[in-house]
Design a protein around this ligand. Structure first.
Ligand code: SD4
Length: 331
């Protein structure tokens, strides 16, 4: 198979906040992708939030070897869960305000099945636990201690997820003793991943430690179907990163898939979902970020964020020096 891997990074830096989405598409076709989102249908492909090349490459390899989209997104997400340097996913995630690392994750397959775990302590690969919930139980969500017990019963090893670096960061935050949860703004964050396999079947996954220093028990959008992730194999999939409360209030990922069902492209659908958030009165958009990525059945992709929304016109005119858009051919 003649293959090209395309990595496209679109990043927006504005007001000190950064949103990045990374696209790798494995293409049998000779034509170069020149823009993000891809207008040209590409299959198989995998896209993920933020700049997570190793995770995306891992997932792409699964697809290249003929694996399913479900295996691809699970394997991709596991890379970030094991990456201790990433402070918003898996081991090394920043804790809640009491110092406990609690993880949320969910996964959806091409049959419309879904599994999720919420507020799980001491288990690193929550994306795989979510898959077990989907495949081995009659339920769709397990939370807290029940989820942890289930994971252990399935052979997952409990371990301390609080690294020294995250503990230090938490201790520093505690000194201020004000309740202000923080969304990580560096170039690494919650990973949401969507894959389309060579047959056009779509799966998605999302895994996170949620907001840094959140209230104990707080759960965001990432493990909630329709919020942080939604896949409908007839139409496409979408996933989110950013302030989960705002994603949930607009049921963002479900909205994007439904908009695609009505004929919008993935890019138009992501833009509309962001517009639903920003048109609400009284919101201070400078202080939070929401970003979506989406893919449709044909293998077209879209990506949009609140900060892009406010920079879009300048971006179109090429006048905003803060917006970078690089293209790499990794063949
Ligand atoms: C949450 N959406 O728990 C997650 C956090 C996140 O970028 O994506 N941060 O709300």
């Amino acid at each position: 198979m003649k293959r090209r891997n395309f990595i496209k990074k679109a990043s927006v830096t504005s007001l000190g906040l950064v949103a990045t989405s990374t696209l790798i598409s494995c293409d049998t076709n000779k034509e170069k992708a020149t823009v993000l989102p891809t207008k040209k249908p590409v299959r198989p492909l995998v896209i993920a939030t933020w700049n997570t090349p190793l995770a995306v490459e891992t997932a792409a390899k699964v697809l290249e070897n003929g694996g399913s989209a479900l295996d691809a997104v699970e394997q991709g997400c596991r890379i970030e869960e094991a990456n201790e340097k990433g402070q918003s996913v898996g081991k090394g995630g920043l804790p809640d305000r009491d110092g406990n690392v609690t993880l949320d994750a969910c996964i959806m397959n091409d049959k419309g099945d879904y599994g999720a775990v919420l507020a799980v302590k001491d288990i690193k690969h929550v994306i795989s636990v979510a898959r077990k919930v989907m495949e081995e139980t009659p339920h769709v969500m397990l939370a807290g201690d029940g989820a942890k017990q289930f994971a252990i019963s399935q052979g997952f090893e409990p371990e301390n997820l609080l690294t020294e670096a995250s503990k230090k960061a938490w201790e520093k935050w505690k000194v201020k003793s004000e309740y202000k949860p923080i969304i990580n703004i560096e170039n690494h964050d919650t990973i949401g991943m969507l894959a389309v396999d060579k047959d056009g079947n779509i799966s998605g996954a999302c895994t996170t430690s949620g907001l840094a220093y959140k209230m104990a028990g707080r759960v965001g959008d990432s493990p909630i179907i329709g919020g942080g992730l939604f896949v409908d194999n007839e139409v496409g999939g979408a996933t989110a990163t950013g302030l989960g409360e705002e994603v949930l209030k607009t049921v963002g990922s479900f909205l994007i898939v439904e908009l695609m069902r009505q004929g919008k492209s993935p890019q138009e659908a992501c833009e509309e979902a962001i517009a639903r958030i920003v048109k609400k009165p009284g919101k201070d958009f400078k202080n939070f970020q929401v970003a979506y990525i989406a893919v449709n059945k044909q293998g077209e992709t879209g990506a949009y964020s609140i900060h892009e929304h406010f920079s879009y016109n300048l971006f179109k005119e090429g006048e905003n020096k803060n917006i970078k858009s690089d293209f790499y051919n990794k063949s």
